[in-house]
Design a protein. Sequence first.
Length: 264
Amino acid sequence: MNDDLELLKEPAVAKDRKFVEALSRGLDVLRAFSQGAVVMGNQDIARITGLPKPTVSRMTYTLTKLGYLSYSPQLEKYQLDSGVLALGYAYVSNLRVRQLAKPYMDEFARSTNTSVGLTCRDRLSMIYVENCRPAESTSLRMDVGVRLPLATTAAGRAYLAAMKDDERSHVLDALAARNPDNWTEMHAQLMDSLEDYRQHGFCLSLGNWDRNVNAAGVPLFLQDGTIMALTCGAPSYLVSEEKVKNQLAHQLAMLARDIERLGV
C-alpha cells in the first residue's frame, strides 16, 4: 500500500470495534486522487491504495453514485466530482483561524513582499488552507488545497518540530519508509530543523523543497490543541538565505504569536 495512505493506521485503530473498515477504504480511494493522476481507472487506484481491484470497483461505483466521483465511459476512468469540493469548501470556509488570521497574513505579505501560507497536515503532506501575497507580486502563488511534502518544506518541518516526540517518531518512520534512497540526507536536514526550532522558534527550507525558493515556517498552536503551520517564502532572487534567517523568520514567529493571541 502507498506509504502516505498507510500512515496513521495505528494498530489501536485497526482493532477498534467502532472503526468502520469499509468507510476507511472508501476514503482511501478518494485520497488516491491526491497521490496519482487527475483521472484514474480502478487498476490505478488499486495500485496506489493496495486494495484488491474488486474492492476498488465496488468503492468507485458507490462513490460515483454518491457524487464524490464521476466516470468517463470514453476513458473508462474516474475523477473527483463536486461532492468532494463541497466538503473541502465547507471545511475551509468554516475554519475560524483562517478567517481571523487572513488580515494579519495579508499585511505581512504586503510589507515583506512574500507569499504567506497557513497549512494543516494530512498524513505525509501539508495542505494550504490560506495563502496571501501582495497584488502584482512575483512571490509564490500557492492555491488553497495545494499539497506540500512534509519533510522538505518549511511548513512540514515546523509541524514536525511542534509534535510530541512519540508522534513525531511514528511520522519519521513513515517518511523513512517512503524515502529509502535519500533518507540519510533528509533525516539530517530534519534534525537540523528541529534544532533551529529549539534555538530560535522557527524552521527553514532554503532550496530544499525547490532549489529556487527560500522559506521559513513556524507552528501555530490553536486553543483546541490543533497544530497548524504558518509560512512565508519567495523566490531566492527576491529573498536571500540571510534575509530569511535573520529577518523574515523572526518576524513570522511574532506573527504566529499575534494570531494565537486572537484566541483561535
